[in-house]
Design a protein around this ligand. Structure first.
Ligand code: ZN
Length: 653
């Protein structure tokens, strides 16, 4: 199977393989199949959450690509297709990563041409729009740079809600939303539900109220379908606890009751014995600048037996890692609990995990559930493998690595070391450490995500070079750790800049965290030249002169970052993130972009899903599931809109 599928704008589309799917028992395959259906049914929810106009714009663009009878063999039409592909990729009109509106690369006048020669006879125009006003509004939406400018604004000193154009709040100011949820939280006990996670906060008649996402509420058309497939899945669950948590989830979707979501989450954490698992719901809060609203996502996966052994070794030794970490004794957990570690292969990506996907999952997000019941951590093996296979052949390493020795190390150990870093980050890093009594993690506000990711990465980096890993049989030698240190700093100081537009600063929290760590150690090790930026043939490279000392710098920084989190030290968080994580060196940036441009690669990647087919006996009983990998990008997107366009069809905006 070929990993690379196609490239457009700043994006490459890849394919992941679902290893040994055919070897799974038919019952398990059927269970997976029903869950994959549920995973595809919420796609439109995310589109609507990202921006209220996304679905109507998608409807229009897809109608053009399906019915346009003008000349398709010209540069303008090609540019239109690229625009549509980018919108598909971002689940809306704003870039999936920068969250800024995607510029259309074709002339505004050509939009009229596209509309004119497309067939609108069966097109469903949204309510309250005439044909003409609809075309006019969509055109304005696409071409007016001031309209729906940015999905998630994280600048300081502005109203984050009013300046962000996601669809989580309507007519509400930041202050009003913060007060509203602070008030609910104050009334709650030690085990608060995640207030606001599953609703749109709306102001009407001077009153704030929540439009809850549930059966009979907002998004009901999609949620009912999700439930339909979950109900089918229940019958094929591997054990009783899986059945229970699926029923909890259905209950939650039906009532919108967040206490039921917690009940589901707790049972989900407890279920550790089955091979198959899934996430389906309103989970991550990155799409909301206030970090309250959950974007809809789904992943279905099954255990990778071999690789899971690796993570289990870490998990079994969690207490050793906690005890030996360089953070203050006061902030160490006396008892590290519930660190479950598993390596999985995904069978489907849905919602906010598609096409761009995380490479690891660590859930649930509710802090009190994590503390009391633990959490599940997984690394996604078949996705990381696809990335690695693609990256070894694209010329990046040869361009940006300092020496042939470094390239050799990357090829030899890069995959193993990268995976181990992710394991350490997910299985141990996030779960480590303790908050001081009375401190609320919300004290760090908009810096929380960056600080938390920094902490988990540093935990991983610090232990990467520990003899303990060799002793545990996880790496053959510390050369693997060197490969990871090379790769981390190369990315944090240099290659990740390829994802930033000229003149812009870094905003995404994982990118901020990587630069924060890299810049900090560069500066802290300056006198001893532990890490250096060197120039050769007018090209900048990172070189590490002393790996052991670098490890100690990671340890020092980990200690400070843990203190910031544990004490809820907002001022220090702001200071360190703004100093090291945000600003981009303009001259270096320019150089990197030039070198990158010459390689003609895309900085972002996403994945196509395989196509599953349920095999049934004539009587209608399923007996097996087949899998294939032959669908292309546009076909998959159009098929999803057709088969799972439950909200788009209602004309929701
Ligand atoms: Zn993380």
């Amino acid at each position: 199977m070929e990993v690379f599928v196609e490239k457009f704008a700043d994006i490459k589309i890849l394919r992941y393989e679902v290893p040994e799917f055919d070897k799974l028992a038919p019952q398990k395959k059927i269970y997976i199949y029903y869950l994959t259906q549920a995973a595809l049914c919420g796609r439109d929810i995310l589109w609507n959450q990202n921006n209220r106009y996304n679905l109507v714009v998608r409807n229009l663009l897809e109608n053009v690509i399906k019915t346009f009878s003008g000349n398709r063999e010209c540069a303008e039409f090609d540019r239109f297709v690229v625009y549509l592909k980018r919108v598909w990729f971002s689940n809306g009109i704003q870039h999936h990563y920068s969250t800024e509106k995607i510029p259309a690369d074709f002339p505004e006048l050509y939009f009229d041409e596209l509309v004119k020669f497309s067939d609108w006879s069966v097109f469903k125009f949204p309510a309250n729009f005439s044909k003409e006003t609809f075309f006019f509004e969509v055109k304005n939406l696409i071409f007016n740079p001031e309209k729906e400018k940015k999905r998630v604004n994280l600048e300081s000193n502005v109203d984050l809600i009013l300046t962000s154009s996601n669809n989580y709040y309507q007519g509400v100011t930041q202050k009003e939303a913060e007060d509203y949820y602070a008030n609910l939280k104050n009334k709650a006990g030690d085990e608060p539900v995640s207030f606001g996670l599953n609703s749109t906060l709306v102001k009407g008649n001077d009153q704030l109220h929540e439009h809850v996402w549930k059966v009979g509420g907002k998004y009901t058309e999609a949620i009912e379908k999700i439930i339909y497939w979950l109900q089918k899945a229940v019958e094929y669950a591997e054990n009783e606890l899986q059945k229970t948590y699926i029923l909890n989830l259905i209950d939650y979707y039906t009532t919108g009751d967040l206490a039921k979501f917690d009940e589901y989450s707790i049972n989900w954490v407890k279920e550790q014995f089955g091979d198959i698992d899934f996430v389906n719901g309103f989970i991550e809060v990155y799409g909301d600048p206030l970090g309250i609203k959950g974007s809809w996502e789904s992943i279905v996966n099954y255990k990778d037996q071999e690789a899971t052994k690796r993570a289990e070794v870490l998990s079994k030794n969690a207490q050793w890692f906690e005890d030996h970490s360089p953070v203050s004794e006061e902030f160490k957990k006396k008892e590290v609990k519930g660190v479950s570690a598993k390596v999985i292969n995904v069978a489907i990506l849905g919602g906010d995990c598609y096409p761009a996907t995380p490479i690891g999952i660590n859930l649930p997000n509710a802090e009190w559930i994590r503390e009391k019941h633990g959490s599940k951590s997984v690394t996604i093996e078949n996705i990381t493998q696809a990335y690695f296979l693609e990256s070894m052949g694209n010329g990046m390493l040869e361009e940006f690595a300092f020496s042939s020795e470094e390239i050799e190390r990357a090829k030899q150990f890069g995959y193993l070391a990268g995976n181990l870093h992710t394991d350490l980050h997910e299985c141990l890093g996030h779960g480590s450490g303790k908050i001081r009594e009375g401190v609320n993690t919300e004290a760090l506000k908009n810096y929380y995500s960056t600080i938390e990711e920094t902490r988990a990465d540093l935990f991983a980096l610090y232990y990467m070079m520990d003899e303990k890993l060799v002793e545990l049989g996880l790496i053959p030698s510390l050369d693997a750790a060197k490969a990871e240190y090379d790769a981390y700093l190369r990315n944090g100081l240099i290659t990740q800049l390829t994802r930033i537009e000229p003149g812009k600063d870094i905003e995404e929290s994982h990118m901020r965290n990587r630069q924060l760590i890299s810049r900090w150690v560069l500066e802290a090790g300056m006198l001893e030249q532990i890490v250096e930026l060197v120039t050769r043939d007018s090209k900048t490279f990172v070189t590490i002169n002393d790996y052991t000392k670098l490890r100690h710098l990671f340890g020092q920084l980990l200690k400070e970052i843990q203190r910031i989190k544990s004490e809820g030290d907002f001022i220090a968080a702001q200071e360190i993130v703004e100093t090291y994580g945000v600003k981009v060196d303009k001259q270096l940036h320019h150089e990197i972009l030039e070198r990158f441009r010459k390689l003609d690669l895309a900085p972002y990647a996403g994945f196509l899903n395989p196509v599953y087919e349920l095999k049934m006996w004539p009587c209608g009983t399923p007996y097996d599931v087949s899998i294939r990998y032959d669908e292309d990008y546009a076909t998959q997107m159009l098929r999803y809109s057709e088969a799972y366009g439950f909200l788009a069809k209602t004309g929701l905006y």
